[in-house]
Design a binder for this molecule. Structure first.
Ligand code: G6P
Length: 610
């Protein structure tokens, strides 16, 4: 999703802006640009379709120099991906602006501005903002006053960075529904969509709140809240080291993140367990009372996080003994609800900035839930700040668009939640102790699964020329099959679908022939006999079956059936174990197909617009 970087410094900022954009590449984008207030007092702008590397080449060929500037990676919403739609947008020779979000009333603003004589050079919703600010500047308002006045007329979501060629000493930023952080340096200040962009220049940050307007000069930051009051926002030190966001010896971030999972899971468990118990306060000091009172749970999430929620439903109902509903956030926010009595509302999100999930949380607050709880990977995110209870997964920064370690650490968090909730309902101490032992064993077990890497890389070759693939699972493995299919389609662009294996004969069986690879998840549980009949249905029709099977499942390789044995595992943690080979499979297929693994086409890491 769009990324913003801005800087006001005593040194040239172009290189800082470019490095910031590179560090935001993981969010997904289609074009990039920057504008610097040149030493001559003129705005110098460079924009391009495509990668930040291309923008860097443009700047190398035609340098810009100045100590105040803004930069942007665009993920098209209004107007096709094209250089003329790339940010920054200019109004006259005076004002330059970068924007993340969507302006809903852009049409009416544009009509008025056309009537006032403004000429539009893009199809974006953004351009109206820069002309509106320009009009206020012309009336003699300062930059910050102009942005304040214009913000009051904007409907929708935005984060903005704005500079005025007539004012070399200020950079103005505003946040309303899209993330924005201020980096605090010595004699210099920065803005960015997230802290990663600024780690090379500072580790001191101020997180803007929704409705905040900020004026940055070289030695000062002033912030006003939505009511126009001058406010102090806390300065926070980031503990993320710049190296954590480096790729190291790995070929792709996704590969690095897959292999980091044993560590990420160990970090997520750290400080959360004591002997054979889950520590009582890991979901917050009020959690115990609320968990005892709770009679139901609703979970809302998007994408991969939604799949983690679907797995959790099996755990919460089967182990903790509470009814659990799961829904995608984009649907949840727009329908009428009957909220179960004394229900908790849980959001799951890697980034904590997904617009639909945030909107669902805000909606839920008016619906009479007992409390809201967020499981999230980003401590300073909006979701974390706006929820009553919070549990942070400690996966570390996830850069690859396709989520891997964030998913498995969410599953770990959800098992901890199952225990913490279940304790007040139907979970006995012996099962808790067994689950804790299994949780502790997870990093070692996942290490073992990762040793299948070469086997799976070889299997991946069978997918290179395929257009479609089917993934089958049952019970809590059905959402894992959905996640496997999502991984494959996201990064290899092969159309992949997941089915609950029992549904095969209700439609997808019609698709099976020798061209259709079918990936099946075969744990050793009570559904095994049923699943084996489903697999027979596929084999009998010539489908190419690849079964990821528990080490002791009685299943023989035959023509049309390849078996990959997983190391010894246990029902209760199976979904985590089975998700790893599917991540590896998608990764290797994408590598073989030569796609952009970490930044797949059309996708964004953090979807901050609706
Ligand atoms: C985007 C990402 C996915 C992610 C989803 C939800 O689609 O590409 O990887 O699962 O957003 O994101 P969240 O940060 O809320 O988990």
């Amino acid at each position: 999703m769009c990324g913003i970087v801005g800087a006001i410094a005593q040194r040239p900022v172009a290189a800082i802006l470019l490095e910031g954009l590179r560090r935001l590449e993981y969010r997904g984008y289609d074009s990039a640009g920057l504008a610097v207030l040149g030493d001559s007092g003129r705005l110098e702008r460079r924009r391009t379709l495509g990668k930040v590397a291309r923008l860097a080449e443009l700047i190398a060929a035609d340098p810009v120099s100045g100590t105040l500037g803004i930069a942007h990676t665009r993920w098209a919403t209004h107007g096709e991906p094209a250089t003329h739609n790339a940010h920054p947008h200019l109004s006259g020779e005076r004002c330059a602006l970068v924007h993340n979000g969507i302006i809903e009333n852009h049409n009416e603003l544009r009509d008025q501005q056309r009537a006032d004589g403004y000429v539009f050079t893009s199809e974006t919703d953004t351009e109206v903002i820069v002309h509106a600010i320009h009009a206020e500047l012309r009336r003699g308002l300062s930059l910050v006053e102009s942005v304040r006045k214009v913000s009051q007329r904007l409907r929708g979501a935005y984060a903005l960075g704005v500079i005025d060629a007539a004012d070399p000493d200020h950079l103005v930023a505003a946040r309303h529904g899209s993330p924005l952080v201020i980096g605090v340096g010595f004699g210099e200040h920065f803005i960015a969509s997230d802290v990663f962009a600024l780690l090379p220049v500072t580790n001191r940050f101020i997180f803007l709140e929704d409705g905040d307007l900020a004026e940055l000069s070289r030695d000062q930051v002033r912030i006003w809240d939505r009511s126009g009051r001058l406010v102090e926002r806390p300065l926070r030190l980031s503990t993320v080291s710049p190296e954590l966001t480096e790729r190291g010896p790995y070929r792709h971030y996704m590969q690095k993140e897959i292999f980091e999972q044993p560590r990420a899971i160990a970090d997520t468990l750290e400080g959360r367990l004591m002997d054979d118990r889950v520590l009582p306060e890991i979901f917050g000091t009020q959690a115990a009372g609320l968990f005892a009172e709770a009679r139901a749970l609703t979970i809302v999430a998007c994408g991969t996080s939604f799949h983690a929620a679907l797995v959790a439903r099996h755990w919460i109902e089967g182990i903790a003994g509470l009814p659990c509903q799961v829904e995608v956030a984009s649907e949840y926010r727009y329908r009428r609800h009957i909220v179960p009595e004394r229900a908790l509302f849980l959001t799951l999100s890697q980034s904590g900035e997904t617009a639909d999930t945030l909107a669902a949380l805000r909606r839920a607050k008016d619906l009479g839930y007992l409390a809201t709880l967020a499981i999230c990977n980003v401590p300073e995110s909006s979701l974390v700040r706006e929820s009553d209870l919070v549990f942070l997964t400690h996966a570390g920064p996830e850069i690859g668009v396709a989520s891997t370690k964030a998913f498995t650490t969410q599953l770990v968090a959800l098992l901890l939640l199952t225990i913490a909730l279940g304790r007040f309902h139907q979970l006995d101490a012996a099962t808790e102790s067994r689950l804790v032992a299994l949780l502790r064993s997870l990093p070692g077990r996942i290490d073992e699964v990762l040793r299948l890497d070469a086997t799976i890389a070889a299997l991946a070759e069978r997918f290179i020329d395929k257009q479609h693939a089917l993934f089958l699972g049952r019970g809590e493995h059905y959402p894992i099959a959905m996640e496997g299919a999502l991984k494959l389609k996201e990064i290899s662009y092969i159309h992949a679908e997941a089915y609950a294996a029992g549904e095969l004969k209700h439609g997808p069986l019609a698709l099976i022939d020798e061209q259709m690879p079918v990936v099946a998840l075969v744990p050793n549980n009570i559904l095994l006999a049923k699943l084996k009949s489903n697999l027979e249905e596929v084999r009998a029709r010539g489908g190419q079956l690849i079964a990821f099977a528990d080490f002791q499942v009685p299943l023989e390789e035959t023509k049309g059936l390849t078996i990959v044995r997983l190391p010894e595992t246990d029902d209760l943690i199976d979904p985590l174990i089975f998700s790893i080979p599917l991540q590896l499979l998608a990764y290797h297929v994408a590598v073989l197909k030569g796609t952009d693994v970490d930044q797949p086409r059309n996708l964004a890491k953090s979807v901050t617009v609706e």
